[in-house]
Structures are given as C-alpha cells and as structure tokens.
Ligand binder design. Sequence first.
Ligand code: ACG
Length: 479
Amino acid sequence: MFFYELFVRSFYDSNNDGIGDIKGITKKLDYLKDLGVEGIWLLPIMQSAAFHGYTIIDFYSVNPSYGTMEDFKELIEEAHKRYIKIVLDVPINHTSVKCDWFQKAIAGDEKYKDYYIWANEKTDLTEKRHWDDSLIWFKYKDKYFYGLFGSSSPDLNFENKELWREIKNVFKFWLDLGVDGFRLDAAKHIFDYDQKNMKFKYQHERNIEFWKEMISYVKGIKSDAIIISEIWDSPEVVKKYHGIFDVEFNFPLSYFIKDSILYYDPKILVKGIKETLGHYINNHVESISGNFFTNHDMERLISVFNENPKMAKMAFNILFTLPGYQFVFYGEELGMRGEIIDVNFTEDSQEPMQWYESGFGPGQTEWKGCKYNTPYSNISVEEQIKDNKSILNHVKNISEFRKENKWLDSANIRNIANDRFTVRYELINNDNKFLVIHNIKPQKVKIKIKKEEIVKGFGDLEIEENSIKLGGYSTIILR
Ligand code: ACG
C-alpha cells in the first residue's frame, strides 16, 4: 500500500493566502490518485502555533489557517470516493504551552497540574536530551516543566490515568469524523521520564502497555483502523515493539537503502534487508514494515544523493520492490531538495510543493521562500509531467507496477544476495515468485537470463538473446 506523507501548509492553497489548506488537498486528490497513492498520512492539522503543527493547542480542532472541520469531512469523503485512506498524525506526547490544559495548570487548577511533569527538589535542571544535548527543563512563569521537544511543548504526564481517558476521547473524536487511522508520533516517549528518580529513562514496557490499551480502544470503535507507529531508533529498540502496531516505520532500513546507493555498496542493502525485514524472511509478520527513505524530519532524498536523479530513482526501485507498505514524503516524487542542519529546525525539508516551473501559479503555496527548490530547476509537476524520464513519471510507473502486484505487500523475501554491482532477492507467495535484480552502481552489467522470464524493468535495459545489459541504477524483475 502506497502512502503519501503530506504537509498541508506546503501542499496546495485553495484561497490565495499562500498557505496550503485542506480544500487544497481535496482539489489535488486526482493528482495523488494518478500517482498511485492509496493512503495519505496527514501531518498534524489541529490548531497549533508552530509551523509544523506538532505542538497542539486544541486536540479537537482544525488549524484555522488550514480550514474548517467541514473542509476536513469533505476531504475524507472525496478521498474515500477515490479509495484513498486518510491517516492522521496525532502527537499526544506533549501539548503546546498555549493549550488550555497547560494554561489551567499554570493557573493552579489541580486537575490540570497533574497533566504535566514539574520539577522538584531532585530535578537536575541542566539535564540534556540524549541525542542532541538540548535542554529538557524549561521555566514558565514561576514553574519548571519537562519538555523533551523544547520550550513550547510540555510533555503530558501519563502517570495520570485521567489523561488516558482524555486521549481516548481524542482518538474517538477523529474516528467519528471518519479518519482511517493514526500515525502515532513519538511512540517511544510516552513513558520516558523516571519520576521516582527524576531522570530521563525509556520505559518501553510501560509504553507498550499504554499503546495496547489505546489500540484496543480504537479498534473497538473501528476494527480496521490503521495504526502506524513512529519509533526512531536502532533495530534492537524497534524490535521491542514488534507486533504492537499494524505498521511500524522501518527507520533502520531507510538508512540502509540510502547508504547502499550513496556508497555504491550492494552489501549494505543486503545487510539492511536481512537485519530489518527478518519477519518477511521467516514469514512471521506481526507488524507491517512501513518502508520509506525520508520524512519531514530528515534531509530530502535528492540532497542526500548530491542531486543525482538516477540515484533517487534507484531508491524508488528498491522501495517499491520490498515487502511492506511504502511511505513517500510529498515532493520526493519530484526530487525536491532540502537539507536539515539541526533536527529542531526542519523548515528546509518542508518547502512549498513545486507545482510550476516559474514557482508561481494557482494553488502554489508561498508561506516561506524557497532556499532549495528555486524556479526553473526542473523540480515541478508542470515540467516533469511532460518528461517521460522524470522522477515523477518514474514513480507513477513503479507504483502502477506495485498496484498490479498487490501480493508483494506481504510477500516472503528470500535468497538475498549481492555481487560487485547488484543486489538480488526473491519475492514469493503461494501463487507467485519474482526475482528482483537491482544494479545499484553507475556502470552497466551483463546478466544471463531468458527473455521470457522478464516481468518488468525500470531504467536502462538492453535485452539480448540470452542475456541483458542492465544499465547503472536500473532494476529488472524476472519470473
Ligand atoms: C517526531 C516528529 C517530529 C516532531 C516530534 C515531536 C516527534 O516526526 O517532527 O518534532 O512532536 C526524536 C524522537 C522522534 C521525533 C524526532 C524529531 N520525531 O524520537 O519522535 O526526535 C536519534 C534518537 C531519536 C530522535 C532522532 C532525531 O534516538 O529518538 O528522534 O535522533 O534525530 C540512528 C539511531 C537513532 C537516531 C538516528 C538519528 O538511526 O539508531 O537512535 O535517532 O540515527 O541520529 C516537531 C519539530 C520539533 C519540535 C517538536 C515539538 O520538528 O522541532 O521541537 O515538534
């Protein structure tokens, strides 16, 4: 299943204020359908003061700059008419400081005070976040609160069971509106502070207990709701949560895919598949692998590849020929550029979607100037739609192939191997068997095959009687 990760603010503007909105997405559903998209992961749409929307002011609202609740209902209806699912990002680990709950807590309301985590005599106010040395304790008026994601987003205190009920209401509210599922932000952070010893400490068991209860509640309302988790960590930690969520983002695999291409090293991909798709090797899939190469927190694909479009296409070939679901961040289908110098400042990877070569035209969002995706750089829907060799048309072709072979989502993967140039693996189910060969290097390679075995090729292929010359960054799929 092909999911498109969509950032509303940057996507399509329906009312000419320069900010992308929900009506804008509805207008562009046919573009997404044409691309082969089957599900949209909507980055947070609730009221928030931050550009990215991850600090929520009101969990039961739509950000007024994105539109109204009615617009959202219409989007769901129109998406469903096109068999596109809508999965909502719900960041419940923290709120905005502007959230009513936090404001009441600060004003001394006992109920809401217990919604947050406050410093006490044991607190080390200089304690740092383990991955980048950011501070985690912040002063608001006369109190210090715990905020793993910064000074404007106090963490919620899930020791308080009342909050579990509150969050269930949040999920119910959006399910009742018709959403098809949730992307659970920061899923490993629900219990990450040891309040006895006042020290940062992941408590994976307690997170699992929390999510199990939330998921069983959600499934009680909508049994086929899709639950996708974000646990950005090593394979060892990701594994701890296996089987809890329907879909788990495969962060480790995202690095293996990019590194194997970037460093011209087929061994990296073989290792990556073996280490992170083990459940598809031994046919014991409890959570679907959410495969991707970038998201809104990361450097964009083409920037990782020093703007080499062939490498980007190769990454798509790998993504769309592995078992699991595919998640593509908006704009990656055009090779949009964007770097991230600091994970706390992600604007540069979330620049306005480029619809026009000139950078201007109906629906074009302009909430920020583009530092990376400048006009006349061949990075626009307008330009690429006309060009058979564009990344956009490449993504369309490969997603179409994937749709024709839906069985690949849950295929068993076997005999993963490499030589100096290629990576090959078999994809199998009871009725089908494909052999996939990726040439992940720039040079051409000759491979012995029988013509009639060819199912499909992506890239440069010279087919001869008993062999094929597989161009650099090209893929062949055989029966
Ligand atoms: C989510 C969203 C993100 C959002 C928040 C907060 C959470 O996608 O847009 O931020 O609502 C951590 C968290 C993630 C979080 C990212 C941004 N993402 O775990 O939930 O930060 C290490 C750590 C990870 C860490 C990552 C960040 O382990 O926990 O993610 O670094 O770089 C190997 C290692 C792996 C390591 C990686 C990267 O893979 O195995 O452990 O990950 O390398 O080094 C938004 C804004 C923020 C704002 C916040 C409120 O973007 O700016 O502060 O909202």
